[in-house]
Each structure stands twice: as structure tokens, then as C-alpha cells.
Design a protein around this ligand. Sequence first.
Ligand code: DC
Length: 224
Amino acid sequence: MTISKQPSFTTIAIDGGAATGKSSTARGLAARLCYLHVDTGSHYRALTLLCQRHGFAPDDVEGIQNLLANNPLGTEVDLAACDAKITVDGSVPADSDLRSDAVNASVSKYAAQPAVREALKEYQRGQKAVAIAKGFGGLVMEGRDIGSVIFPDAELKIFLEADEATRAARRAKDGQTDAIAERDRMDSTRKTAPLTCPKGAVRVDNSRMSLAEVIEHIAAMVKQ
Ligand code: DC
């Protein structure tokens, strides 16, 4: 009998509050390791946009369930950028739409809706199969509940933190209007999959670190 050795696959979960540097860190780390990067915040933003375009309020459970049942979610992978993007209504939504003031203002309300979270749970878990099918050696998924709910068995879990002033300065630099503290309050206190430091996660406070330092710091943990 021959036993074929399965190539190893590494899942890295990066969680944290708004403007803690998750996206830049996760994207840079994925490119450094040649892993697939998945930004789950953009998934919630895409579904918020979909609901808003079709006129469904965050508390319209039945309307949202019907809408999601009739709008299959897809994935577009940019191999060169090691990045996966969600498609809704058949295409990848523009970044300017995903990060508009209207979406910033209500994404936490849609993200608190169990129907929305349920639709995304299987989709997000399925990103591991997408990464394997495309030949990546791992996955770097960022969000609020990745280490706690989506991939509780991830090989490495990181909880990113930064002080208030640093986070506000980052959003201001991006030219965005975003009520960071209010979104964190809503994300941390909702009933389903609240923002929390997952069990077994390593806390990384990046207030006084450059992006390159944070990426190297986490890459060193992966090597270990
Ligand atoms: O990371 P972000 O700011 O783009 O996320 C937008 C919103 O999506 C955030 O306010 C909370 C929600 N979110 C979530 O509930 N769970 C995730 N895994 C990712 C984001």
C-alpha cells in the first residue's frame, strides 16, 4: 500500500476592529508567502450594497433571505495579486462603492443580521477550496470572526490592535468618513459572531510599528 503525502496547507486568520490595519497587513502577508488573501469585510460590504440597491432594509429578514437565495455569490481570483474578490449580481463591485459613506454607515447593521452571516459562512469556508484549486499553499483571511467562527482550527490566529488616535489618522489619510468607535461597538456587541479576540490568537498592537515590521513579525511566526 502506498500512502501519498498531502501537500500541507496553512490557514491564517487575522481579526481586529475597524482601521487596525487588517487589510494592508493581510494583503502584504499573503503576497509575501504566496498565499491567497481574502478580505471578508468586503463580503459584508458587497452584500450591504446588494441589499441597498434592491431596497432591503437591514431588518427585512425575509426580503434579504429571498434576495440572497436568488443571487449566487461568486469569486474572482487575481493570481498575480494573490487576491480573491467576491462577485454579486455577476461582477466584482467597485471599491469606491464598497467604501462609500452610505455603506460605511450601515454595513454593521447588515453584518449583525444572521441571514447575511449564514449566507457568508459557507462562502467564506469555501475559499479554502478555491485557494487549493488555484495552487496556493495557504490562505490569509481577515475579518472579525475568522479565528472564532469561520476557521477556529486555523494554524495561526492573529488579533490586530491599534490605539484610537492611530486608527482615526489612518481613516483620515484614506479620505474616508467612518465612525470607527461606533462600528466597533456594534460589531462587538451583536448576538451573532461578535468581534472578539479568538481563543488561541496572538495579539499584535501595531500602533508603533510600520506595515513592513508587522508583516515580518507575523511571517516569522508562520516560519516557526
Ligand atoms: O473590515 P471592514 O471595515 O471592511 O468590515 C466592514 C464591516 O463588516 C464591519 O463593520 C463588520 C463587518 N464584518 C463582520 O461582521 N465580520 C467579518 N468577518 C468581517 C467584517
